[in-house]
Design a protein around this ligand. Structure first.
Ligand SMILES: Cc1ncc(COP(=O)(O)O)c(C=O)c1O
Length: 396
């Protein structure tokens, strides 16, 4: 070990050192760059951003829009997001919207705005690890309340969650539709949580990035229930969202926050000290995405619905595998009988059959024994993946 690596003063602070590294990345590192790999490990659409959205960014660049812009986003985009949110949920104003440089950044900013070191933050799990690690960066104590898996899929025991939301709890973080399980909270659950949080002054941070990937409604009406449907403008509700999944724009890094107006001045300071603003040409593309993107969303949803139905049936046909059709998002989180170390299992899949899946343990201890498969893909690729899984399990 070099002197540099031994010197404790050259290390990051303790909260940062204790963050867990991504196990999805650990699996991907075994095979990334190998052309033989069939990857379903990351949560990413398999299609490029539509041309009409890309064209808007090119036009903005051609017009020379290469300068800093407003902390909260260009007015046209804030208006477009406010109209969009108002269409699907309750009426919000542009003054409630902060444009952020990704959904990830929206979450980080929300947590930075609300969470002090030592605060108790409750998360519904299994959960995309970024969501449980962000509060820890701020020094929060993260308490996990696990969903359960049964014949009808993933479910939340709302009473158990309310028990965990003790007086003094600062925030509850709910991602619905959920990554990795696809679990989607219903209205009754939301109403009970909101009532409880109102009573105890607990903030609800709702990660709504998958709200439009919701299969329990016709494509043209598809939007999962959001806390924004129930809350009043003065409620302690922050909703975070992203252009990544809904408009096939993962690499663009753009998202937004809907927050009570009183929080906006402080969010503005945080945006200034984080990214200062999001790129103008990306925001111009986002205005077009929001205003013209509904047909694309409907097509994507139909494609994903078919992929989901195909994959659930194909997985359940493998002896020892149990999969439930998720209500939302783009993942199947399925159990493989006899698997007690999903990280090792997924590494073996990469090495032996060149199949890239995400280990359940990456989403917390509740996820052990499960594997996540992103089904944003054509069915022939999914079928090839299932054949490889069968081979690895000796069930081909
Ligand atoms: C649950 C959840 N929230 C937020 C995000 C953030 O998306 P992005 O940072 O690409 O906008 C993701 C991305 O995978 C996600 O799965």
């Amino acid at each position: 070990m070099t002197a540099e690596l031994r010197d404790p003063d050259l290390h990051a602070r303790r909260a940062v050192r204790s963050l867990v590294a991504s196990q999805i990345r650990e699996v991907a590192n075994v095979g990334i760059g190998d052309a033989a790999i069939l990857p379903f490990w990351f949560g990413e659409p398999d299609q490029v951003t539509p041309a009409y959205i890309r064209d808007a960014a090119v036009a903005s660049l051609d017009a020379g829009e290469t300068f800093y812009t407003q902390n909260f986003g260009i007015p046209e985009l804030r208006e477009a997001i406010a109209d969009y949110v108002s269409r699907w949920h309750r009426r919000v104003a542009a003054g409630n919207i902060a444009v952020t440089a990704s959904g990830m950044s929206a979450l980080m900013l929300s947590v930075e705005a609300l969470i002090d070191p030592g605060d108790r933050v409750v998360c519904v799990t299994p959960l995309w690890p970024n969501l449980t690690e962000i509060p820890k960066i701020l020094g929060a104590d993260v308490v996990r309340v696990a969903l359960s898996f049964g014949a009808d899929g993933w479910n939340l025991d709302v009473a158990r969650l309310l028990d965990a939301l003790t007086p003094g709890t600062r925030a509850v973080l709910i991602n619905s539709p959920n990554n990795p399980t696809g679990w989607t909270i219903d209205r009754a659950g939301q109403a009970a949580i909101l009532e409880h949080c109102r009573k105890h002054g607990i903030w609800i941070i709702a990660d709504d990035v998958y709200e439009r990937l919701y299969y329990d409604a016709p494509a043209a009406l598809a939007c999962a229930p959001s806390f924004l449907d129930l809350g009043d403008p003065g409620d302690r509700i922050v909703s975070t969202n992203s252009f990544s999944k809904t408009w096939l724009m993962t690499g663009w890094r753009l998202g937004w926050i809907v927050a009570p107006g009183a929080l906006l001045p402080d969010l503005g300071k945080l945006i200034e000290y984080n990214t200062s603003c999001s790129p103008t040409f990306v925001q111009r593309a986002a205005v077009v995405a929001i205003n013209a993107g509904e047909p694309t969303i409907a097509q994507t949803l139909e494609r994903y619905r078919a992929a989901r139905d195909f994959l659930v049936a194909a997985l359940n046909a493998i002896p020892g595998v149990s999969a439930a059709a998720p209500k939302g998002a783009m993942y199947i989180f399925f159990r493989v009988a006899g698997i007690t170390d999903s990280l090792e299992f997924c590494k073996r899949l990469v090495r032996e059959v060149s199949l890239g899946l995400a280990p359940g343990s990456a989403f917390g201890p509740e996820g052990e024994g499960f594997v996540r498969w992103c089904f944003a893909a054509d069915t022939d690729r999914l079928a090839d993946g299932v054949a490889r899984l069968r081979r690895a399990l000796g069930r081909s």
